[in-house]
Design a protein around this ligand. Structure first.
Ligand code: UDP
Ligand code: MG
Length: 309
């Protein structure tokens, strides 16, 4: 008997969920005819609209539907983690509630993974319809993170994927607080089959990822998955030290040869600002890693559950 779980993080998705439920039910009906047992797990990430009410209502009328309601917004990463922990299927799919991850690709992904050849099948989206600036920054980010972490993270790789049980268990075995799936997936390894699909625009509701949130999320990923920025800080320190040696030697020689007593105000200002800049930069980098460590050490739960079925 094959079992399949759909994990759907939702944050203020009251318009999307009814459409999502209708579309995915159609797909699941076909799968159930092939004796695949399906469940849908909605995770309400502290929505301020009627999302929780809607998923509770669907849960009451449909036995296959389970839900988790968070006590507040803990972020998509926490919502995905809660859903994965709850999923009982031998295969698990992660999907956004806004239909930007069309459920119609599920059978295709399931075929790839159930053949046993792959542990995960992911849908790689194109950037059609995305704004130029956003695509540019995304591409830069993927390039930087691939370099820094020495892991291959391709542009367009998202959370839309179907995973085997061992793959899900591997994800769950990573217990870090600040989670960054785009790093976790390549880190755990396993074989992944990629299918490309044309980017779909959101039909209802609006994106929950303004630029600032995306930027902070990418910094999270870089700091969480690589300690290379610390090396950058050290290299800055060494270069600054060498530069300061040159300035010292030059000043002493100048004093001995020409004996200039005052003068040099500009040089002084330049040197002071340069070194304070380098110091602040390196302290800032250290601070980022310290903050991450502090956060991990506190060992707080990833999320708190208010209601569940
Ligand atoms: N989401 C979430 N918590 C958040 C932000 C987003 O659970 O704090 C969910 C959201 O409801 C959606 C998915 O994550 O199902 C992707 O979010 P969105 O569509 O806003 O992102 P985009 O597609 O614009 O990158
Ligand atoms: Mg979306």
């Amino acid at each position: 008997m094959v079992t399949l779980s759909l994990v759907v993080p939702c944050f203020n998705e009251q318009e999307s969920i009814p459409i999502f439920y209708k579309e995915s039910s159609e797909i699941l009906k076909n799968l159930e005819q092939k004796d695949i047992i399906c469940e849908i797990i909605f995770v309400d990430d502290g929505s301020k609209d009627d999302t929780a009410k809607i998923i509770e209502k669907i849960g009451q009328t449909d036995d296959r539907v389970h839900y988790i309601v968070f006590s507040r917004n803990f972020g998509k990463e926490a919502a995905m983690l809660a859903g994965l922990r709850e999923a009982k299927g031998a295969y698990v799919v992660l999907l956004d509630a806004d239909l930007q991850h069309p459920p119609l690709f599920i059978p295709q992904m399931l075929n790839a993974v159930s053949s046993g050849e792959f542990d995960c099948a992911g849908m790689l989206r194109t950037r059609t319809g995305d704004s130029r600036i956003r695509s540019f920054f995304s591409r830069c980010f993927y390039r930087i993170i691939s370099k820094l972490t020495e892991m291959e993270v391709t542009d367009g790789e998202g959370d839309f994927r179907l995973m085997s049980r061992p793959y899900v268990d591997a994800i769950l075995s990573l217990s870090e607080r600040s989670r960054f799936s785009k790093g976790i997936f390549p880190w755990i390894g396993f074989r992944t089959k990629w299918f490309e699909y044309e980017n779909v625009q959101r039909i209802v509701g609006k994106t929950k990822w303004p630029f600032k949130k995306l930027f902070l999320y990418s910094m999270d990923g870089i700091i969480g998955f690589s300690s290379k920025l610390l090396s950058v800080a050290s290299v800055c320190g060494i270069l600054a030290f060498l530069a300061s040696l040159a300035v010292i030697i030059f000043s002493i020689i100048r004093k001995l040869v020409w004996g200039v007593p005052v003068d040099g105000w500009t040089t002084l200002i330049c040197v002071i600002s340069f070194f304070s800049g380098v110091q602040l930069l390196t302290i800032g980098i250290l601070g980022q890693y310290l903050a991450k460590t502090y956060n991990e050490v506190k060992q707080r739960p990833h999320y708190l559950i208010k209601d569940k079925k």
